[in-house]
Design a protein around this ligand. Structure first.
Ligand SMILES: Cc1ncc(COP(=O)(O)O)c(C=O)c1O
Length: 368
């Protein structure tokens, strides 16, 4: 039985053609027409003026924080229920994360706790909001709080390409937003990311910093410390063909979520991740929580693993991570509880109906 993965890359014939075209063109460098085309298309999808393609989402967040002037002694607010990459770049700059709990409605940044943090803390230089598992946070409240407290917002849309909130695309909010294209995301460039904004000057600066801060003169002249953060044109070629297929990918993942929901309806101990009416999720991962004394997420994981199926717990909250144990946290109980009871099921856009049925049958067998 071949392994059923959580969210593997979905590579089509068009991807082979696109990458082969790049190789034929010999633009095998972190510069070239495919990068320009990929950036233009991403900006269009996210309704932004500008995008710069980078070698990871983490690099994008690092640059966004830098461009907002975050430095040692500053605080940056970040949700606790997320991947460590949402907070690590805060520490690269010597600044301090402040973690905020999740709301139950979307599992994202809780506006009530965010307000408390903004009220109490006096060194907050930026807020990072994350759209977890492809579902947008409560952007209406979060944007208005950031405006009221005059703190810039960075949208970590790493998992949310193709999602929207009140008709506006994920990636269109705040001073900066970014996507990730690592191997498990809804589209992939194997590794990669992009930073987006409506501020052309800031994106030009990001591009300059991402290219070793090289001055535009013939010899190698540097007035600032730079980074090697640009995306390869070969990978941008893959990004172009993957992005052209985004609609199908969202539809396939949504179909998985709906099939799981239907299949588990008669099992009251399984509660699928809530989907807010304010947005259209991209259904990156189908997640659930267990409300059961008898079956734990660990047992379910074990049963799936025995059938050669990859599933994962939800993100372990950052305030529970040893590396962040001293970080100030507002709330944290909701995120901790979701982590205790949650699980992500195979959700890839290439997951076949037969494989999905296999996942469903293993999960059902643990309860019925
Ligand atoms: C929520 C979130 N933020 C940031 C990142 C970082 O992106 P990357 O892996 O491209 O650096 C990821 C993905 O890995 C993520 O899921």
């Amino acid at each position: 039985m071949s392994r059923i993965y959580l969210s593997p890359p979905d590579i089509s014939k068009n991807d082979h053609i696109s990458v082969s075209d790049v190789l034929t063109s010999n633009w095998v460098a972190p510069v070239g027409p495919h990068i320009n085309a990929f950036e233009a298309e991403l900006a269009k999808v996210a309704n932004r003026q500008q995008a710069v393609a980078l070698n990871s989402g983490t690099a994008a967040l690092h640059l966004a924080l830098m461009l907002l002037g975050v430095s040692a002694g500053d605080q940056v607010i970040c949700p606790t229920l997320t991947f460590a990459a949402s907070a690590n770049p805060i520490c690269y700059l010597g600044a301090e994360p402040v973690f905020v709990d999740s709301e139950l409605e979307t599992w994202n940044l809780d506006p009530e706790q965010l307000e408390q943090a903004l009220k109490n803390e006096d060194r907050v230089k930026a807020v990072i909001v994350v759209h977890l598992y492809g579902q947008c946070a409560n952007m209406e409240r979060i944007c208005s709080l950031c405006e009221h407290y005059n703190v810039p917002l960075i949208e970590d849309a790493a998992e949310a390409l193709g999602a929207s909130y009140q008709g506006k695309p994920a990636g269109s909010f705040g001073a900066f937003s970014f996507f990730s294209f690592n191997g498990n995301k809804i589209i992939t460039t194997s590794a990669g990311g992009a930073l987006l904004s409506n501020d052309k000057v800031a994106i030009n600066r990001a591009s300059y910093l991402a290219t070793q801060a090289r001055e535009p003169v013939a010899h190698y002249e540097h007035k600032a410390v730079g980074y090697n953060y640009r995306m390869s044109n070969v990978l941008a070629g893959l990004g172009c063909s993957q992005l052209a297929d985004l609609g199908r990918r969202v539809a396939a993942r949504k179909d998985h979520y709906e099939a799981y929901t239907k299949a588990f309806l008669e099992i009251p101990q399984i509660v699928m991740m809530p989907i807010s009416e304010d947005g259209q999720s991209n259904y990156w991962l189908s997640c659930l929580t267990l409300d059961s004394e008898e079956v734990t997420p660990a047992q379910l994981l074990e049963a799936l693993e025995a059938a050669n199926i990859e599933a994962r717990p939800l993100w372990k909250p950052l305030h529970l991570q040893p590396v962040f144990e001293r970080v100030k946290t507002y709330g944290g109980q909701i995120a901790a509880d979701l982590f205790q009871r949650g699980l992500c099921l195979p959700s890839g856009s290439s997951l076949s109906k037969a494989d999905r049925d296999q996942v469903i049958s293993v999960v059902r067998s643990c309860f019925l």
